[in-house]
Design a protein around this ligand. Structure first.
Ligand code: ZN
Length: 61
């Protein structure tokens, strides 16, 4: 895993969604009142990628 040849990338390139985290989707963020990328957790809750707000499962999408 993680074989990078380093083309056009620094050693610490900041990927928006590292492979080791939960899968994510674009969902509505109630804090920012806009659609942002969220990490989707196993229990159905989701965490906003930009403001880190966690919305419990079952909230409006
Ligand atoms: Zn947010």
């Amino acid at each position: 895993m993680g074989v990078h040849t380093g083309r056009h990338r620094g050693p610490r390139a900041a990927d928006p969604a590292p492979a080791d985290t939960e899968p994510g989707e674009f969902r509505y963020c109630p804090e920012e009142l806009r659609t942002t990328y969220h990490a989707i957790h196993d229990d159905g809750s989701r965490t906003c990628w930009t403001c880190r707000t966690t919305t419990p499962a079952g909230e409006t999408q």
